[in-house]
Design a protein around this ligand. Structure first.
Ligand code: IPM
Ligand code: MG
Length: 358
């Protein structure tokens, strides 16, 4: 029997709670499928590790997960450690060297969930946001001079490379092509940012020629927020820079009902390195330890991991189980306006996997 080796990095806050739930669900699914199993290796990296050792992950940490089939990641961020340390010390320290340049964020309104948009019940909103995940505004280029003095200055330089832009746009076109509507929207801000963003527009035109069967259009990011809100049905696949897509994906998650549901995959499409799967929501320390975190984002993320592993049918089975559970409003956690706990939602999904006669 095939055994998938998964590196579990729960990280901080509710990351620990939702990854534990995700592992239970994945094990139940593997049992139900009977064709494969998971071997989870656990890594206690994150802010607690930082407080003990002064680093978010040990030296050589990446080597320890280099040969896993996938990485199942919770969240990073703690109230008493600066965010840029936790982010750069763990999440980006994995994403960037492992060249997980395609960050994929599907958004849909799951059964039983209400969008804050009136007139939007479900089918009108079915998107995948592709976020450039290796450079741009997150390239880490910049610096500070005259620190602490009145003359202090700081720069954050957004770095765009032709290779980096072309590969993410090509990835997005391929993804758009694989979806029924074959529709891609390319987001930039090339009216104000006249170098890197203009290069995006030019590369988009070039790459589009390889995909005559995909319809595409372009939007400026500010206008895009309006289109997402007022005309969600006109969008399908979306590609944007690291920062723009970061912002748009929070908007997308909110429009789909809750950040607690939204999944993400950090993909190295060439499979030279393992890809990493995480819920979007972050560590949410305001609710940590209360047992009320919504595990749905992690379960949906797990379906993306299954797809990536080539277990598409198992991924689809898990997605159906998730949707049967979201359809029951008694099983909504507080982020969705309900009273259910992480435990109850997890048990319900496991029962749904075990009981389903399909
Ligand atoms: C995300 C998050 C992160 C990001 C934070 C935690 C730094 O918002 O994955 O969308 O900006 O990349
Ligand atoms: Mg974000």
């Amino acid at each position: 029997m095939k055994t998938y080796k998964i590196a579990a990095i729960p990280g901080d806050g509710i990351g620990k709670e939702v990854i534990a739930a995700g592992i239970e669900v994945l094990n139940a699914l593997a049992k139900r499928e009977g064709r494969f199993a998971f071997k989870f290796d656990h890594f206690d990296w994150g802010s607690d590790y930082y407080k003990k050792h002064g680093v978010m992950m040990p030296e050589g940490g990446r080597e320890a997960i280099r040969n896993h089939d996938a990485i199942f990641f919770g969240a990073v961020g703690a109230p008493d450690v600066p965010d840029h340390i936790t982010l750069w010390g763990l999440r980006l320290a994995i994403c960037q060297p492992f060249d997980q340049y395609a960050n994929v964020r599907p958004t849909r309104i799951l059964p039983g969930i209400t969008s804050p948009l009136r007139n939007v019940t479900g089918p009108e909103l079915d998107w995948v946001i592709v976020r450039e995940n290796s450079e741009g505004e997150y390239a880490g280029v910049g610096g500070r001079v005259h620190k602490g003095l009145p003359e202090e200055a700081a720069t954050d330089v957004a770095l765009f490379t032709r290779a980096g832009v072309a590969r993410i746009i090509r990835f997005a076109f391929n993804l758009a092509r694989s979806r029924p509507r074959k529709l891609l929207t390319i987001v930039t801000k090339s009216n104000a940012q006249r170098h890197g963003m203009v290069m995006w527009d030019e590369i988009a035109l070039e790459v589009a020629e390889e995909f005559p069967d995909v319809k595409w259009d372009k939007m400026l990011v500010d206008a895009m927020t309006m289109r997402m809100t007022l005309k969600p049905e006109t969008l399908d696949t979306i590609v944007a820079t690291n920062l723009h897509a970061d912002i748009l994906s929070d908007l997308a998650a909110a429009l789909a009902g809750s950040l607690g549901i939204a999944p993400t995959a950090n993909i190295n499409p060439e499979r030279k390195f393992p890809s990493m799967f995480e819920p979007i929501h972050g560590s949410a320390f305001d609710i940590t330890g209360k047992g009320i975190a919504n595990p749905t984002g992690t379960f949906w993320t797990a379906t993306m991991m299954l797809d990536h592993l080539g277990e598409k049918e198992a991924g689809a089975r898990l997605m159906r189980a998730i949707e049967r559970v979201t359809a029951d409003r008694n099983l909504h956690t507080p982020d969705l306006g309900g009273k259910a706990t992480t435990r109850q939602v997890t048990d319900a999904v496991i029962k749904s996997i075990e009981g389903a006669n399909e």
